[in-house]
Design a protein around this ligand. Sequence first.
Ligand code: AMP
Ligand code: MG
Length: 401
Amino acid sequence: MNPGPLMPVEQALASLLAMADSQRLAESENLALDTARQRVLATDLLASLDLPPWANSAMDGYALNLQHWDGQPLPVSQTVFAGQPGVPLQPGSCARIFTGAPLPEGADCVEMQENVEPLEDGRVRFTQALKAGQNIRPQGQENRAGDVLLQAGKRLGPFELAVAAAQGCTQLPVVRRPRVALLSTGDELLEPGTPLRPGCIYNSNRTLLRHWLDALGCEVIDAGILPDRPQQTRLRLEQLQHGTDLILTTGGVSAGDADCLGQVLRDSGRPLFWKLAIKPGKPLTVGYFGQVPVIGLPGNPASALVTFGLLARAYLLRIQGVQEVAPLSVEVPVAFAWPKPGQRREYLRARLENGRAVLYPNQSSGVLLGASWADGLVQVVEGRTLQPGDTAPFIAFSELF
Ligand code: AMP
Ligand code: MG
């Protein structure tokens, strides 16, 4: 444990990824393309086909053989539409051809119809200079059979699924879903649908994380709300030992009297780290309870969001075999001043307006609404100050799903 200085974000991430590498999910399942989105490919996808499978026309026009052409108008000996096989090009003629139609054997050039003039005798005249190979998409231009199209560990989005479909695949092998037990801690929490009691609030972290976990390919085991009692906390963590890849909790990891989750992990589990140089999100706590990894997010909604997005997300992708877990961050000019250098790495909810990052006015860790207003997070590293017009890294929220 590190009761002393706060752990830098990079070190916490490295530690989580090392933990994830030791917890990699080995099992996979075959899923229909329609249900494989947001899952992770379990084995390399090799091409079974050349793409395109045969040379075809990139234009509506006329196919001819330039090698045996004297520049004179040509009769049209066949018409090839997309989806038709076509026949070899009759010498001394051209073929009417449409986009995507297979190139007739013997043709080596396609001229677009705009540059071809039909004559009264049925022949066509080519009005522009022609080049061999023009407007032809050669067989295998995109890929050859046997090429690795997608590597194991690739997250499957619309593009990847379409690549598989183009090969005629109906199914893909994907890593099984991580099973994540989601536990909200706090005596004050009520689920929406029950009347609000004095002193209580509705549980919003549960909804945030359920949907986020789903987007990361996880199966959510909803373990409900846990009161701030060490005995019950211990019992619940014991009950979640079977069939769980991760216990993800919110709340109860600060240093207050009611912060049981952290206490129980430290007393009865195996804590790995606690207290990060991050704002919001300092109390993030990670360890094992029994055999099961536990990521204890702080309860404040913005803290839960930032620590999940930057750390827990990476863990959950890595146990599925994703190597590139860092969200893309781009340097953007900021529209605000940040005069006081901080001791923790700050993540500010911000929106891009005219190419500049504008802050949500209330950056309190207790405020959830800013996340919905914002497009992403501006990162301000320890010790940094900013003037309007300076640039800082910006991580779009879309990168974190
Ligand atoms: P804690 O981390 O338990 O000290 O909680 C910090 C703050 O976050 C408190 O104001 C809690 O009421 C609030 N909080 C904790 N859990 C949730 C939750 N699941 N949904 C919304 N707010 C929460
Ligand atoms: Mg609490």
